[in-house]
Design a protein around this ligand. Structure first.
Ligand SMILES: Nc1ncnc2c1ncn2[C@@H]1O[C@H](COP(=O)(O)OP(=O)(O)O)[C@@H](O)[C@H]1O
Ligand SMILES: [Mg+2]
Length: 558
């Protein structure tokens, strides 16, 4: 019952503390994770935006420089190869060597002058799409291509107009420079950045595969809007690979920054694990505290209940004895009168038998033995009523100083003879220097006699009775107590009987042998004297009666 109660209490307490704790933990974790993810995305986005801006500025700058220079002079001037050469040098000086070559093309598409590693002079571009675009729009940036050189590059071209003649200044830009700018957006272990054109073809190498340039990226560029768009790829180990894209050059190229967010989440999961560990430590703490607190309170409850139960049993016993005592007194009294008359009449009859007329009667012997029997049984009945009266009477104890050891020894002397013929050995195991106690000598003696008689009855033939005395200190009441233990090696008391042995008239002995009053009287006496009496017994092994008596009787003992 107590276990069940403790279990319920522990479960309830744990539920009450866990539910809010778990909810709180989950909410904290959820919000934290969300904020963490948002931060990662923001970080990737701002990297993308920065890189796109740099690229835009870079390209715009090249166009502006080219355009400014072209418009400074005339076609006639730049046609001269030495002029073009010095222009090429000064641009490369200013920009750090971006240009691979530089060419001058007239409005009919003829390549009039060329500085660079390939001899492109004399080619005609009038049929090429880019030529029309420059002529119409004024500026042009090509996609990346291999061209004659078999290395990826792209061109930029601007149209200049002077004195009514349009002509074109065209330069090839080294892709390495673009690649270098893009590489600033490649972060961590998994971060990649590259450009694809609107058809999805790589315009720059991937960080992880240089050969991807000019191959199909399989990225559907139409998924990316005007602003940054995040597209998650959801397959296999790349589940958390995030693609962020931003169009540059007014939609000509798409700059993509990709990153596997697992890379960041790894450190996040480290943190999360720490939190989880803390959480479990907290949980463990709660569990331990709950279990300890519960077991303490349940134990307290249990011992309280036990005390109450003992007190109740004691009160019931006392009540029973008191009620029975009154009845016994009444019965004893009623029986004593007729017993008195029977006894007197029997005596009268015995006197009569002395007379002459009966002296010669042949039945004289028979009659005398009948009268003997009557007197003997009246005496026995008288003893019982005497006992009953003793039990009933609330005899005021006569207090004196008693040496318990000496009293016990004296009591055993009454029994020694009977014990010896039955081969019963009474052993004394006294505590030395036992203090004298204040109690009622004859009442205590009656108790010891009752218990010793029971012990001898229980042994019948052959066995030991061991009488032990000791001093005990009751720390709770700060008082000394004397303990008398009477142990026998008799038949023992079965459990179902143990509860009843202190009841008046309860006996297991055959008729005429037991009255069932010994222990109930002893119980009453010991109680009156401020002590307790208890029994421990095991069937067939023997019994142990303990009598605990206060050294001095104080008011609340009674
Ligand atoms: N030492 C003992 N060993 C076994 N049984 C005992 C012992 N003491 C008492 N009893 C049991 O308790 C019963 C009640 O004892 P008691 O009140 O002295 O009455 P009685 O001795 O007249 O039977 C006994 O009949 C016996 O069954
Ligand atoms: Mg008895």
């Amino acid at each position: 019952m107590y276990r069940e109660f403790a279990r319920k209490m522990i479960i309830t307490t744990l539920l009450i503390s866990f539910v809010p704790l778990s909810l709180l933990g989950y909410a904290l974790y959820y919000n934290f994770a969300k904020a963490y993810h948002e931060r990662i995305e923001q970080q990737i986005n701002s990297r993308l935006r920065d890189c796109a801006q740099t690229l835009d500025i870079f390209l715009e700058e090249r166009l502006v420089i080219l355009s400014a220079i072209a418009n400074m002079s005339t076609l006639e001037y730049y046609k001269n190869i030495s002029h073009l050469q010095s222009l090429f040098q000064s641009i490369n000086q200013k920009t750090g060597g971006d240009l691979i070559d530089l060419g001058v093309i007239n409005s009919s598409g003829d390549h009039l002058a060329y500085i660079g590693p390939y001899n492109l002079k004399g080619l005609n571009y009038s049929q090429e799409a880019w030529f029309d675009q420059v002529m119409v729009k004024g500026v042009y940036i090509s996609d990346v291509y291999m061209g004659y050189r078999k290395i990826p590059h792209f061109i930029i071209a601007v149209r200049a107009s002077k004195n009514g003649t349009d002509w074109i200044l065209r330069a090839t830009i080294d892709l390495d420079i673009l690649t270098r700018i893009i590489s600033t957006a490649q972060m961590g272990k998994t971060g990649d950045a590259f450009i694809i054109n609107s058809a999805g073809v790589y315009q720059s190498p991937s960080r992880f595969d240089k050969n991807k340039i000019l191959t199909d990226s399989e990225i559907d560029s139409s998924m990316f809007g005007a602003n940054i768009t995040v597209v998650k790829r959801g397959d296999g180990p790349d589940k958390n690979l995030v693609y962020n894209g931003l169009w540059i050059r007014n939609g000509q190229w798409l700059l993509i920054v990709s990153q596997n967010t697992d890379e960041y989440l790894l450190s996040f999961s480290d943190m999360a694990n720490e939190q989880l560990t803390l959480f479990f430590l907290a949980v463990l703490g709660i569990v331990i505290t709950t279990v300890i607190a519960t077991s303490i309170s349940v134990n307290t409850l249990q011992s309280r209940d036990k005390e109450v139960a003992e007190l109740n049993a004691h009160l019931i016993q006392t009540d029973k004895l008191a009620a029975l005592g009154k009845m016994a007194a009444g019965v004893a009294h009623e029986i004593n009168n007729p017993l008195g008359i029977i006894s007197t009449k029997a005596g009268w009859m015995r006197d009569l038998l002395e007379e002459e007329e009966f002296k010669d009667s042949p039945n004289l012997e028979e009659l005398i033995s009948c009268i003997d029997k009557i007197e003997e049984h009246v005496q026995r009945a008288g003893k019982i009523t005497h006992n009953m009266l003793g039990f009933a009477r609330s005899m005021e104890p006569v207090m004196e100083r008693i040496d318990i050891n000496a009293l016990l020894t004296k009591t055993t002397e009454f029994l020694n003879h009977h014990a010896q013929i039955n081969n019963i050995n009474i052993r004394l195991d006294y505590a030395q220097s036992l203090p004298e106690i204040t109690s009622d000598r004859s009442q205590l003696q009656q108790v010891f006699l009752n218990i010793l008689n029971n012990a001898i009855d229980a042994i019948e033939k052959e066995g030991d009775v061991i009488i032990t005395t000791k001093l005990e200190h009751d720390t709770r009441k700060a008082k000394d107590k004397v303990v008398v233990e009477i142990k026998d090696t008799g038949i023992g008391i079965p459990d179902h009987i143990k509860k009843r042995i202190f009841d008046p008239f309860f006996t297991t002995k055959e008729k005429g042998k037991g009255t069932g009053l010994g222990l109930s009287i002893s119980y009453r006496i010991i109680e009156k004297l401020g002590g307790t009496i208890s029994v421990k017994s095991e069937k067939n092994r023997g019994s142990l009666f303990s009598i605990i008596l206060p050294v001095t009787l104080s008011e609340n003992d009674n």
